[in-house]
Ligand binder design. Structure first.
Ligand SMILES: *[C@@H]1O[C@H](CO)[C@@H](O)[C@H](O)[C@H]1NC(C)=O
Ligand SMILES: *[C@@H]1O[C@H](CO)[C@@H](O)[C@H](O)[C@H]1NC(C)=O
Ligand SMILES: *[C@@H]1O[C@H](CO)[C@@H](O)[C@H](O)[C@H]1NC(C)=O
Length: 394
């Protein structure tokens, strides 16, 4: 009798312990903790690995995490092996992993939010089986020279920044980014293939030498290109941008094409691109609801379809060949906002939109990213023109 009771108690204890292991948040302190976890196959909860004095972490047996798996603030770990892991429903995050050289995840195909940030020893990030589902992906502040196996079609946010050795990333699987994308401050000469991307909410692209956006056709927010090294930028299918387009501080840019663009809901801001001398980039652009702010050294600016600018207009060029006559003529019918400036042969062409080129003293700055119809700046200086090549404004 006693023995039976003992037996039952033990069985209850064991099953209780098993339940705990597989569905109670756990903080990993030793290799033994990891081994225990491996008996779970499916773990529901949060696994935290922080400040463990172990070199290699091997999670053999763990197949699925319904919850989060977090590696944070670990200095001694050089290798993390997740040989059986296929799915993590929440975050799979590696943050401040100073000595981590390798992450092995040969079977991982789906993750809620993948984060790799501050990994100054990691050289390769590879999803060997192909990561085909992820809501969010961040690869930030690493020494990775390669990022391979991103195979997702739709993603909410995508961040690839401050990876100073990363020269290429192929993101051609992505068709939609329904929130934001930021790609910035990777290796000099950085190339990115986003050639199947069709729609996105907002984008911030910086320090890029080549970017493929051949199928992008609709943006629900802002589109920003700052400090890129590309010599040409082509977005041949882009039709509408709900908020502001900014193209600034691109020293090498000489050719800009958005052949199908018809509508910009915020400002159109192009400035401080010293080699962009001919701006014939927007042949179909018809309506801009914010300010048209184009500054630089252009000799020629053509906006043949522009008939409705609901904000103001600021056109300034250092070129002596440019004439404001054309735009001055149509100004009253096209430009509805109350600030207007067109000026050529200016020593320091000054954008009135934050983040682009040099900002003039005393100019007020509007919200560059808003689609507001009020004027974004307050300079009113009219009629300074020179009479050379005609500007064409239909
Ligand atoms: C964006 O896409 C993700 C993943 O496909 C989805 O979970 C989310 O609901 C979407 N958000 C919006 C605003 O459409
Ligand atoms: C990106 O990968 C796709 C599919 O593998 C390939 O067709 C394409 O050429 C690659 N892009 C670049 C720029 O290499
Ligand atoms: C971009 O321009 C800089 C000088 O402004 C030059 O040193 C660099 O080689 C150029 N890069 C490309 C890709 O043309």
């Amino acid at each position: 009798m006693k023995a039976i009771i003992k037996c039952i108690t033990l069985a209850a204890l064991v099953s209780f312990a098993t339940a705990l292991d597989c569905s109670t948040d756990v903080v990993i302190k030793s290799q033994a903790d990891i081994k225990a976890l491996g008996t779970c196959q499916v773990f529901a909860g949060k696994i935290t690995v922080s400040q463990v004095p172990i070199e290699e972490l091997d999670f053999t047996g763990l197949q699925e995490v319904r919850g989060e798996m977090l590696f944070t603030d670990i200095n001694s770990v050089t290798k993390v092996s997740l040989p059986d892991l296929k799915v993590v429903s929440g975050g799979l995050k590696f943050e401040s992993v100073r000595d981590l050289h390798a992450i092995s995840m040969p079977k991982l195909i789906a993750v809620g939010n993948f984060v790799l940030s501050t990994a100054p020893a990691l050289t390769t990030l590879e999803f060997s089986a192909g990561l085909s589902q992820a809501n969010a992906i961040t690869v930030s502040d690493t020494t990775a020279t390669e990022v391979r196996g991103i195979n997702v079609a739709k993603v909410q946010t995508l961040i690839v920044d401050n990876n100073h050795y990363l020269k290429n990333v192929n993101l051609s699987s992505i068709t939609d980014i329904n929130d934001s994308v930021r790609i910035a401050a990777n290796a000099p000469g950085f190339n990115v293939d986003l050639s199947n991307l069709q729609t996105l909410k907002s984008a911030d692209f910086r320090n890029i030498e080549n970017i493929l956006l051949s199928n992008l056709n609709k943006i629900d927010g802002d589109l920003t290109f700052i400090s890129n090294t590309f010599s040409s930028l082509d977005i041949p299918k882009l039709k509408t941008v709900a908020k502001t387009i900014t193209i600034g501080s691109s020293n090498n840019l000489s050719k800009l094409g958005m052949q199908e663009l018809t509508f910009v809901g915020g400002a159109l801001s192009v400035g401080d691109n010293p080699h962009l001398t001919i701006i014939d980039s927007f042949p179909k652009l018809n309506e801009v609801d914010g300010t048209v702010d184009i500054t630089g050294g252009y000799d020629d600016l053509q906006l043949p379809s522009l008939t409705d600018v609901r904000g103001g207009m600021n056109l300034q060029t250092s070129s002596k060949q440019f004439s404001c006559d054309g735009v001055n003529k149509v100004r009253t019918t096209v430009v509805k906002g109350n600030s207007y400036l067109c000026k050529s042969a200016v020593a320091n062409p000054t954008s009135t939109i934050q983040g682009v080129g040099k900002l003039g003293k005393g100019d007020s700055i509007g919200a560059a990213s808003s689609g507001s119809q009020t004027a974004l700046f307050t300079i009113v200086e009219l009629g300074v023109t020179s009479l050379f090549v005609a500007m064409m404004l239909a």
